[in-house]
Structures are given as C-alpha cells and as structure tokens.
Ligand binder design. Structure first.
Ligand code: ATP
Ligand code: MG
Length: 272
C-alpha cells in the first residue's frame, strides 16, 4: 500500500529535476528584497541572466557581487538566481561546508559544477568566496588548493549546448585582485550599503516600523540631525549594511515607546 508518506517522499524525489536547491535558496531570501537602492540592481542581474539565456556566443557568464559586510550580497545573488527560473540553480556556500577539509570542499564544489554541466541552463552561486578560501586578514592566509580549483571552475566553459551563469559574492574585493580571481569575472556589480536618508526612509516604510507616516518622518529627521546622510569633514559618510539595519529595526521594535530613540542611538554607534 502506498501511504501518504511514500507519496510525499516520491514527490520530493522527482522535484529537483536537475537540482534546484529550493530550500537553501529560500533560506537566504526568506526576508525578501526591499527596493531601496538608487539603481535597480535586480534589473542589472536580470540582464546577465538574459545574456546567458539568449546569446550563443557567451555560454559562460560570471558576475561578481561585491560590497561591504551585510550589504545584501547573498540575498541579491540568490534572488537573481531564483528569478532566472533556470532548471539548475545551486548555491555553493561556506555554511554548507563547515568542517570540511580543503580536499572535501574542492570535491563538493567540483560536483556542483559538474552537475550544472548536465543542464541546458544553470546558475551557480558561489557565495562568500573569502570564506570558501578560508581567507584570514592576518597573514594573509588561505587555502591555495581551493583557490586553484576555483580559478579553473570559474573560467571553464560548459560543454557544447550548455550555458552557465556564475554569480559570486565577496566583501573583500582586494583579496580577489591579489589572488588573480578578479580577472576571471566578466563583470562586477557593487552592492552598496544604506547611506542616504532616502534609502533609509524607504526601508523604514517597507518594514512598517512606525504606525504613521508622520511618525516615520519625524524619526528620519531625528536621524538626519544625528548626522546620517551627510558627509563629514573627512569626506566619509555614515553607512550601514541592510542586514544590520534590519537587526537594529527589529531591536527598536521591541520598545514601542522609544522606537525612534532606540533606532537613532543604534545608528549613532556606527563608525564613520
Ligand atoms: P555578509 O557580508 O555577512 O555575507 P550579505 O552582504 O551577504 O552579508 P545578506 O546575508 O544577503 O548580506 O543579508 C541581507 C539581508 O537583508 C537579507 O535578510 C535580505 O533578505 C535583506 N534585504 C532586504 N532588502 C535587501 C536588498 N535590497 N538587497 C539585499 N538584501 C536585502
Ligand atoms: Mg553573504
């Protein structure tokens, strides 16, 4: 007899036709994307997807998303990947490789690329390259074996008739330049932090932190007075990654009486 469990597990077995890692992707994009950037980064991403889909001359396109910690690189990469609706979408992430030796990592990364070559259209997201390379700023130290493998895999054209989009992310672009990895990318896309009052206002509106527009407007003014959105005497600006900003917002939400104050003082703690 076929019971409900069998039925469900059968569904699960057929679901990933080529290996779309639904769960992994869902996890990194569960909080969604707020459209606060002055330029539409998702549209830029979609152009790379279209290039891979339609151009016969470029069966391999690789894009590097870079920006400061927490600027939203992983979420952006995963969102672009998912929007492609390509039959094969996989995430290579350091989170899924905890405890692996460099050799095991290389085998795992290699397998994902080899699997992608079986699908006519694929996206592989190589998340957080510096972590994959076990790079540490003191030293500097990293796994040369993983680096060599990535240099090969990121540059290798898929077999005839197959097309592949690679989206990689990093917070440390200079490291990629030093290791020659930067050269293998066809394009790069900067994912900037939140630094303008307009962007901040959009985020605050979208997360519905304040019950009225009036209260939100007053909070933004308070934050402006504290210096956010301005350039200081040294030419630098206060900025915050969307990831941290969302955390601050949720912290402020815990104290309904003092939301604006909590948020302002958290932002004041930022380094200029
Ligand atoms: P890290 O440097 O630690 O790797 P990251 O740059 O990869 O961080 P994410 O892990 O992608 O940042 O975190 C960004 C968070 O902000 C996610 O929870 C995402 O859902 C949310 N978010 C909201 N709006 C945006 C946006 N426009 N772009 C990217 N992420 C956004
Ligand atoms: Mg990330």
């Amino acid at each position: 007899r076929v019971n409900r469990e069998d039925f469900l597990s059968a569904l699960e077995e057929v679901h990933p036709a080529f290996g779309v890692a639904e769960e992994e992707l869902q996890q990194v994009i569960q909080n969604g994307i707020i459209h606060f950037h002055p330029v539409e980064l998702l549209r830029d991403g979609a152009l790379f997807v279209e290039q891979v889909r339609t151009s016969t001359r470029t069966p391999l396109v690789s894009v590097l998303l870079h920006g400061p910690p927490g600027s939203g690189k992983t979420a952006m990469a995963a969102t672009i990947a998912q929007a492609s609706q390509f039959p094969f979408i996989k995430l290579v992430s350091p989170e899924s490789m905890i405890g692996m030796s460099p050799t095991q990592k290389i085998a795992a990364i290699n397998k994902i690329f080899t699997d992608s070559y079986k699908s006519p259209l694929s996206v592989v997201v190589v998340d957080n390259i510096e972590r994959l390379l076990e790079w540490v700023p003191i030293g500097p130290n990293f796994s040369n074996a993983v680096l060599q493998a990535l240099l090969v895999l990121l540059g290798r054209r898929p077999p005839k008739g197959r097309r592949l989009l690679i989206i990689a992310t990093t917070s440390i672009k200079p490291m990629l330049a030093e290791t020659q990895l930067l050269e293998v990318f066809d394009a790069d896309l900067r994912i900037p932090p939140v630094s303008s009052l307009e962007s901040l206002d959009i985020v605050l509106r979208e997360v519905e932190l304040f019950p009225t527009e009036e209260e939100r407007r007053r909070a933004v003014m308070q934050i402006e007075e504290a210096g956010f959105g301005k350039t200081n005497n040294y030419g630098t600006q206060m900025e915050i990654g969307i990831k941290k900003l969302l955390t601050y917002i949720e912290m402020a939400r815990q104290e309904p009486e003092f939301v604006a104050e909590r948020l302002t003082s958290a932002l004041m703690g930022l380094k200029m």
